[in-house]
Design a protein around this ligand. Structure first.
Ligand code: MRU
Length: 348
């Protein structure tokens, strides 16, 4: 299994996703500030992985504190949570995970728990999220795998794989499951400019699994669809609004429009922790603007003239009308999403 992140006695160990695929190296985050740094610098990225990383970051905050009592630790706990919540704004899994940790801490405070008990329970909660994430990926993989054709090309954008989760992946979990079901799937991975998660990470992890993969530049998808080489699209998500609008890596919206034009199903696979019922529509989803150097430079080399205008939104929002189905560990949702999401939310 690909070791995206792991708790160790020294801290949280991350595979360094900025160095893949050419170098498989690891970064140890020994305290919560270092966890925040690895999230900001994208050593770890992908909505579910960010959420669980932040949960471990909170646990590290409790492990490293110099406070002597739970009461003394309480204001520091708030600072730890605020620092981790301030790392990346779009993936709701980050806030979902921190809220879960806050609820655990609040209950322990009420119960008069010792600091040792707080640490134990916070760590147990982070471990639970880690295990739940893998289980959710496997379950949604089975649901989504059944939707893919018996044979054909499947396009994916960015990396919604084992590297973006605690293992198995969301969109890539769907593909892995389809392959495990005996389907003959060939993956087309959009390179995903500017950070190249598709070219570097999706290609790397699918090749490790022996799943046939072709990397294409982002501007090649329409042509391949027209040529009949793509039978389905499956992507992950960073936040799904209550009306079914889907935030995901910049360029996902383009792919969704292309899929609709060519009559190709466009599937979104995400754990329920990505669903944000408190956000009514995609209009309200905050979109992260990343450093401009990611666009101006490529492989350390400047590609654009000095002083030119640059924009680098890391995500876009695909309107619900382009989404054929949303695959979660709770089941497969269809339009109208405002109704199906609400029903599934109430069913728990
Ligand atoms: O900027 P990133 O690499 O964190 O963006 C990741 C994505 O957009 C993924 O598709 C999304 O988080 C889903 S991961 C299962």
């Amino acid at each position: 299994m690909i070791p995206t992140l792991a708790w160790t006695p020294e801290g949280v160990r991350f595979i360094d996703q900025t160095r893949l695929p050419l170098e498989e190296s690891y970064v140890l985050a020994a305290n919560y500030e270092q966890v925040a740094d690895v999230i900001v610098t994208m050593v770890v990225r992908g909505a579910p992985a960010i959420g669980v990383s932040a949960a471990y970051g909170v646990a590290l905050g409790a492990l490293r504190t110099k406070a002597k009592t739970t009461e003394e630790f309480a204001p520091e706990f708030e600072r730890v949570c605020a620092r981790l919540a301030g790392t990346r704004p779009t993936a709701v899994n980050l806030f979902w995970a921190i809220d879960r940790m806050k609820r655990v801490f609040a209950n322990l405070q009420v119960a008069g728990a010792t600091l040792a008990q707080v640490l134990e329970k916070l760590l147990a909660e982070a471990h639970a999220m880690y295990e739940e994430d893998i289980a959710a990926c496997k379950t949604m993989g089975a649901y989504g795998g059944a939707l893919l054709p018996q044979e054909g090309g499947v396009l994916t954008h960015c990396n919604a794989g084992a590297l973006a989760t605690c293992g198995y992946g969301t969109a890539l979990g769907v593909i892995r499951s389809a392959v495990e079901q005996g389907k003959k799937i060939h993956v087309f991975a959009d390179e995903t400019r500017p950070f190249l998660q598709g070219a570097r990470l999706t290609a790397w992890e699918l090749m490790a699994d022996g799943i046939g993969t072709t990397v294409i530049c982002d501007n090649m998808a329409a042509s391949l669809m027209k040529a009949g080489r793509i039978q389905a699209v499956v992507v992950g998500s960073d936040r799904i609004a209550a009306n079914g609008d889907v935030a995901n890596k910049i360029g996902t919206y383009n792919v969704a429009i292309l899929a609709k034009e060519h009559g190709i199903p466009f599937y979104v696979a995400a754990p329920w922790s990505t669903v944000d019922m408190a956000t009514a529509t995609g209009e309200e989803i905050p979109i992260e603007e990343r450093p401009h150097v990611e666009v101006t430079h490529h492989g350390g080399k400047q590609m654009t003239p000095n002083g030119v205008g640059i924009c680098n939104p890391a995500f876009d929002v695909t309107p619900a009308k382009y989404v054929t189905a949303i695959v979660t560990e709770r089941g497969v949702l269809r339009a109208p999403y405002a109704d199906s999401l609400k029903q599934m939310d109430l069913a728990g």
